[in-house]
Write a protein that binds this ligand. Structure first.
Ligand code: UTP
Ligand code: MG
Length: 596
């Protein structure tokens, strides 16, 4: 969490040419829209600047000469300019928003694709929230930059340029006087920007604190309530909430100062125009129309300046977001596929581990020199204390992780020579923790694979004995699964995952039996289900249930990452080694219960 915060708070430059160049590659497919947006920007920025010019003409030429027709004509032109401005503004807003959405859509797809390819090692070291934030918040801030940020910056800059062009065109000396205020304005804006940036970072930090505190407490509400911790927790919450409030108030303060300062500068400019311009009018060096046009220009001038300082933040955030997104996209923690993968036409299901060494963290081996083989159709059981390396053995067979030394072969071919997709197609897995997706029972069994028909789903469920409870649900196979299956019992969830494994009818079946206890009836159901699952396939079972172990062709006994013993139940018992002791401790009682 702390690291995530640090990462999420990086606010660097508002413009980084390297990042910008990379961002532009996303804009490339929409070049047409960019060109259109720029042209429309130039127009939309110039149109308001035309109005004071028109009013000057109205005053100096038509009103001064009492020309009604001319006055009517100029009014019509003003109206036309206004309508044109509204129309162009509409297209500009629509197309820049449209382009922004297209770009961030592409980006989201790209990030999602990339995340799917990442190896489990990435997910081991990265908090979930961080990956999620890349697709949501970070992409959103890019959207803001693409759709309004950049466009707005362009039009603001153009508005300022146009205003000066027109002012200098009308009276260059008065334009210079107005320009005098510029340095002060730029200075004030810079100070404001810096302060706002600092306080903004503070606000984000405290908001993150508030969020994570709230999240933890909603999740752990039962613990809070049972230990009557409400009052203490409320005090802690109030403190965090107070810090957040203080940070917010501080950031509001700078806004409250900045805007009056801008007002003040604009009043000074107003005064300068009256003093200098008015003097020139008296001396007949300047017409009244020009003076009034200048008032209008200076009025127009402040909005884009203020906007620009706000857009600076948008740009800055977008740059920081892009940096984080690109960091994720550049993370190549992949499990590589072979360049010329071998295709297996038909899989027999013969597996061999040869002197396999494996570590999650470099140097810390959790599997040491493990060798064994499984003949097609055999069932082997893996037993061992918690942390012995059982789950790790199957993690490397499915290539969730790659091994350091040695080799694993399927039908005599190194699994690194096969395509991951193919390899995993041959294997079904039932894991220790059952994971159900939101959807319904059916989609949780076929995982959205339409090749698995309804009939096959029901048959799989019947075979493993899940059909019984499913058909009692109000909507049967269409019953909604919510919150990772919170409305189902642990045993029911397991049966669903068995049905899932069976529906895919794999050559190789891997079962990481859950240790969690279920009621006796479900236990029997599960045992029967397992026996049915094992028939006719190569199976590896991390076994906690006695029946599974006794029926296995071979039992592997893992101990601290090493394969210590191997043989059938009877052979291993006779050996009086680790298995014998484990059996005495762990399985003896089960047998008593079962035989009763
Ligand atoms: P395993 O996960 O292979 O143990 O971890 P196990 O035999 O299946 O244990 P139970 O019965 O399910 O509890 C083997 C070793 O690998 C480390 C663990 O700390 C353990 O010491 N490990 C596991 C990691 O370092 N990283 C992981 O992601 C998983
Ligand atoms: Mg395990």
């Amino acid at each position: 969490m702390a690291e995530q915060q640090k990462d999420d708070e990086i606010l660097g430059k508002a413009y980084d040419s390297k990042i910008m160049r990379r961002l532009l590659t996303y804009v490339k497919p929409y070049k047409k829209y960019v060109v259109m947006a720029i042209i429309m920007n130039i127009i939309v920025a110039a149109l308001p600047a035309v109005r004071p010019l028109l009013s000057k003409i109205a005053l100096d030429t038509y009103i001064a000469n009492k020309d009604y027709n001319g006055l009517l004509m100029i009014s019509m032109i003003v109206l036309a300019v206004l309508i044109l401005q509204a129309v162009v503004q509409y297209y500009l807003t629509y197309y820049s928003e449209y382009m922004g959405q297209k770009i961030v859509y592409d980006l989201r797809v790209q990030i999602f694709k990339h995340v799917q390819k990442l190896a489990l090692r990435y997910f081991d070291k990265t908090p979930v929230g961080r990956t999620v934030t890349r697709v949501t918040n970070d992409v959103d801030s890019l959207n803001e930059m693409f759709s309004s940020g950049i466009v707005q910056v362009f039009s603001d800059v153009f508005v300022i340029i146009w205003i000066y062009v027109f002012m200098f065109g009308m009276a260059w000396d008065l334009a210079l006087v107005v320009l005098l205020v510029m340095p002060f304005l730029i200075y004030a804006t810079m100070v404001f920007r810096k302060k706002v940036r600092e306080t903004y970072r503070d606000v984000r930090k405290h908001l993150a604190n508030l969020n994570s505190y709230m999240q933890e407490h909603v999740t752990g509400m039962n613990i809070v309530q049972i230990f009557a911790k409400e009052k203490d927790e409320l005090e802690k919450f109030s403190a965090i909430n107070g810090e957040y409030r203080a940070a917010n108030i501080k950031s509001v303060f700078y806004y409250a100062v900045f805007f009056p300062v801008v007002e003040l500068l604009s009043a000074i400019t107003f005064g300068l125009i009256i003093w200098y311009g008015g003097g020139e009018v008296i001396q007949s060096k300047l017409t009244l129309g020009v003076l009034i046009a200048f008032f209008q220009y200076t009025e127009m001038f402040w909005r884009p300046v203020r906007d620009l300082s706000e857009k600076y933040n948008v740009l800055q955030q977008a740059m920081a977001s892009s940096e984080r997104i690109f960091k994720l996209l550049d993370d190549e923690t992949f499990i590589p596929d072979a360049e010329n993968p071998v295709k297996l036409e038909k899989v027999k299901g013969e597996i061999e581990f040869k002197n396999v060494w494996f570590a999650y963290n470099p140097g810390e081996y959790v599997l040491k020199n493990v060798s064994f083989d499984i003949k097609p159709g055999e069932t082997i059981a893996i037993v061992g204390a918690t942390g012995a390396g059982k789950t790790s053995l199957i993690n490397i067979l499915t290539r969730f992780y790659d091994i350091e030394k040695g080799s694993i072969t399927l039908d005599g071919i190194d699994i690194r020579q096969l395509e991951k997709r193919d390899l995993r197609k041959y294997i079904s897995m039932v894991l220790q923790d059952v994971f159900l997706f939101s959807g319904n029972i059916k989609t949780n069994i076929n995982l959205g694979n339409d090749e698995i028909t309804d009939a096959q789903i029901i048959e799989a469920a019947k075979t493993v004995g899940a059909d019984k409870f499913i058909s009692k649900l109000p909507n049967k196979y269409e019953e909604e699964v919510k919150e990772k299956g919170a409305t189902l019992s642990v045993g029911q969830r397991q049966l669903i995952s068995f049905a899932r494994a069976l529906a895919y009818n794999p050559q190789i079946l891997i079962l990481d039996e859950a240790t969690s206890s279920v009621d006796t009836e479900t236990e029997i159901l599960i045992q029967e289900a397992i026996q049915k699952l094992l028939v006719g396939r190569t199976s590896i079972v991390i076994a906690h249930r006695l029946s599974t172990i006794q029926n296995a062709n071979k039992i592997l006994v893992m101990h601290k990452g090493e394969l210590k013993e191997m043989g059938t139940h009877q052979e291993l018992l006779a050996k009086k080694g680790i298995y014998y002791r484990l059996y005495q401790l762990q399985y003896k009682d089960q047998e008593v219960v079962r035989t009763v």
